[in-house]
Write a protein that binds this ligand. Structure first.
Ligand SMILES: [Zn+2]
Length: 293
């Protein structure tokens, strides 16, 4: 009897301990609910003029993914200067790599990735900014053939879009699940679009719970060169206010290293993508009542 009581107590104790432990070796430290990563792509001028002061007002962290693609070198009405990018770094924001030419990475173009990463890293160093440790896949095109190159260039986390789980159009996505998603294929829980309103934003960030992290993708606020991914200042201010009022913790992508070990990758990142797709589109043939599965 005494043995049985001891065994019961031991079982209870280990159950409590198991709850406190990270569920996967990818997790270094328990991930709090309401953890959000804000990311801003394509070096838009409004990142400096509009986004920067608003983020500073709330004390939020963020990552700005820099590319010199499009007409960045000559068009300083729509794109930041490197001095403005350096100011973002000086403010404590993260500067991430988005390739020199905004090159879509595929099995055919992956050979050009090293020079694309190096060019941005070199310009960062020239302007007193450390070489980036995070990356955003341009045009949300991606291939695992790039993983070794990204790692060799010091990239710890790489952010993708909401596809392939969701179609590109509405900007919907799943939250990042460390241990299941590859750190080099971090999904966007939301990819802000001009038609988005506060409920779309809430749907994205509300996923930040139970060990999942909501990584948000924005372009310009507004995006004066790419209107199909623009966000209005008015809506953006409402999104930030929501995060503040609801007490979200808002950080840059590099800051995930506090919670997630970027060295730990799943055996196959496609598994979680497939299971999400199946959850969204259950197979129709398995719904017959009484059918033996
Ligand atoms: Zn981009």
């Amino acid at each position: 009897m005494r043995f049985a009581v001891c065994a019961l107590l031991l079982t209870l104790a280990s159950a409590v301990a198991a709850d406190d432990l990270p569920a996967t070796p990818a997790v270094r430290k328990a991930i709090p609910d309401r953890l959000v990563v804000l990311t801003f792509d394509d070096s838009a001028k409004s990142h400096y003029t509009i986004v920067r002061p608003l983020l500073k007002q709330y004390g939020f962290g963020a990552t700005f993914f820099i590319t010199e693609g499009f007409d960045f070198p000559t068009n300083k009405k729509d794109y930041m200067t490197w001095d403005e990018i350096r100011e973002l770094h000086d403010d404590g924001f993260e500067i991430g790599n988005h390739t020199r030419d905004h090159l879509g990475i595929s099995d055919k173009t992956v050979g050009r990735l090293p020079e694309q990463l190096q060019a941005i890293a070199d310009n960062c160093r020239t302007h007193g900014i450390p070489a980036p440790v995070t990356f955003a896949w341009p045009g949300n095109a991606m291939t695992p053939a790039a993983f070794e190159t990204l790692k060799a260039h010091g990239i710890r986390f790489a952010r993708r879009g909401g596809a392939p789980e969701y179609p590109y159009d509405e900007g919907r996505g799943f939250a990042y699940e460390p241990g299941l998603d590859d750190p080099l294929m971090v999904p966007s829980a939301g990819d802000a679009r001009p038609k988005w309103t506060l409920p779309d934003f809430i749907r994205a960030v509300d996923q930040a719970r139970d060990g999942r992290i909501a990584v948000l993708q924005f372009h310009g606020v507004p995006d004066t060169a790419h209107n199909w991914v623009s966000s209005s200042q008015q809506n953006f201010e409402a999104y930030l206010k929501y995060l503040h009022v609801e007490r979200y913790r808002v950080i840059a992508l590099r800051d995930l290293q506090e919670f997630v070990d970027p060295e730990v990758a799943p055996a196959d990142y496609r598994r979680v993508i497939e299971s999400r797709r199946e959850a969204l589109n259950p197979p129709k043939t398995d719904t017959t009542p009484g059918k033996d599965r």
